[in-house]
Design a protein around this ligand. Sequence first.
Ligand code: SF4
Ligand code: SF4
Length: 166
Amino acid sequence: MGVKIVPRHGDSLKEKLYLLAIVGGLKVTFSHFMKNLKDTSNIETICYPEEQPKDITSRYRGVHRLTKREDDSVRCVACFMCATACPAECIFIEAVEREDGVDEKMPSKFSIDLLECVFCGGCVEACPCDAIRMDTGIFSFVKKNREDFVLDRDTLLSHKPMKGSN
Ligand code: SF4
Ligand code: SF4
């Protein structure tokens, strides 16, 4: 009832041995090997970490940064939207009243634990005032102590956007 029987291919011994397919595959591998032996400029592998990749796309989600206003003050209004949206619960904020009249609140403390962060970008999406971004291009963050992976407000404010991001 509406069933289509598809004939099975490769029943002969020659086909079952996959010899032609294996030889075809080896031909491709060997041709690439010879090409790269003569000219290494096309090899994508780099000697990381001595050599850093230069082709990180501007859409890459790197380590976070907190953005600033035109007057160089923190843009964040301590609304806790990012912390609420964070699935890893790794954003910690303490709010204080803002005295300069620019806004109602600002964070006195704002930290992100990168060991818990899953780099989902949820905080960036949740922020109503573009105060947090992940466009630093920092993809490798190596420290010796667990505590050093907790980035505080000033560190997050000091991060710069990578070239090409807006
Ligand atoms: S990227 Fe995701 S996991 Fe990391 S701090 Fe933002 S919301 Fe949380
Ligand atoms: S970074 Fe954005 S979402 Fe998070 S507390 Fe600040 S203003 Fe709110």
